[in-house]
Ligand binder design. Structure first.
Ligand code: NDP
Length: 291
């Protein structure tokens, strides 16, 4: 039976560290880190994510702002708000919740974000820093996966890692973080032939396809660490992962549940990115909460 990695528990410890660090930063600079979230439209799932981010930011003592804009907001109006956020002294980091309504070009939005405030790690500057392996703000979900592996004592160095999914926000940065940690990395996607043959090579298998139940026991090498990023809303309204948990658990060495695995870590890493962004902006050399 696999060891279940409890993302809620790991995230709780993480947030406690961030709350402590926030007190120190506040004492030193006279203000807390500031995080803003921009929500355009009324997508119900996005509204929940944004509320969770707002609550988490307040709990650790951040200054937190949510800008809720109507679904018919023009691109120009959104870009004006981003310009304000880029210049706002009290805001260290912000993100624009995706997806956006069809009249807004997501690429134009990403280009408008000041890279130094890009706590989602999506701007070309931050993506380039990841590719080059230099200090920068990395996308939150892949960082959360790395922290879950670390919490379970799974060391990527020298291991075979397979990432299923190649999006700019999860799959690609995930592969780069694993590569940077010394793993031999394969990226699988919808054109990959014979997926089980590829995924069975993995000592570390990270699944971010957004396909409920895609991965079964036939995809998993015995003893592998299986991290399920997928969040799919079933017809019964429940969240389901990309991994068939009950089938894979007896085969894997480590496994994350959905919900309660990667999800809570994403928000914890968003907070850490904002804290890091504040420290860099303030040219501070304070100790990172997790280093
Ligand atoms: P995307 O839809 O942007 O990307 C999905 C990727 O999976 C694509 O690269 C696609 O390949 C690949 N894929 C789709 N079907 C298959 C298949 N049958 N076999 C192999 N590969 C496949 O999604 P995201 O990367 O944004 O998100 C992935 C999942 O992670 C979603 O369920 C999302 O909800 C979840 N998520 C969870 C988060 C959390 O905090 N827990 C945060 C972010 C995302 P191709 O490129 O060829 O189309």
């Amino acid at each position: 039976m696999a060891k279940i990695i409890d993302g809620k528990e790991v995230a709780r410890g993480f947030r406690e560290g961030i709350a402590e660090e926030t007190k120190r930063v506040r004492a030193r600079y006279g203000r807390p880190p500031g995080l803003a979230v921009v929500l355009v439209g009324d997508d119900p799932a996005s509204a929940v994510y944004v509320r969770n981010k707002e609550r988490a930011a307040k709990e650790v003592g951040f200054h937190s702002e949510v800008h809720r804009l109507p679904a018919d907001t023009t691109q120009q109006a959104l870009l004006q708000l981003l310009d304000q956020l880029n210049r706002a002294e009290e805001i260290d980091g912000y993100l624009v919740q995706l997806p956006l309504p069809p009249q807004i070009d997501p690429q134009a939005v990403v280009r408008a974000i000041d890279p130094e405030k890009d706590v989602d790690g999506l701007t070309p500057v931050q993506a380039g820093r990841l590719l080059l392996g230099v200090q920068g703000l990395r996308p939150c979900t892949p960082q959360g996966v790395m922290e879950l592996l670390r919490s379970a004592g799974v060391e990527p160095d020298g291991k075979e890692a397979v990432v299923v999914g190649r999006s700019a926000i999860v799959g690609k940065p995930m592969a780069h973080l694993l590569l940077g940690a010394g793993a031999t990395v394969t990226i699988a996607h919808s054109h990959t032939r014979n997926l089980p043959d590829v995924t069975r090579r993995a000592d570390i298998l990270v699944v971010a396809a957004g396909r409920a139940g895609l991965i079964g026991s036939e995809h998993v090498k015995p003893g592998a660490a299986v991290i399920d990023v997928g969040t799919n809303r079933g017809e019964d309204g429940k969240l389901k992962g990309d991994v068939r948990f009950s089938e894979v658990e007896p085969v894997a060495g480590f496994i994350t549940p959905v919900p309660g695995g990667v999800g809570p870590m994403t928000i914890a890493l968003l907070l850490r990115n904002c804290l890091e962004a504040m420290k860099w902006r303030s040219s501070a050399s304070l100790k990172s909460p997790v280093s």
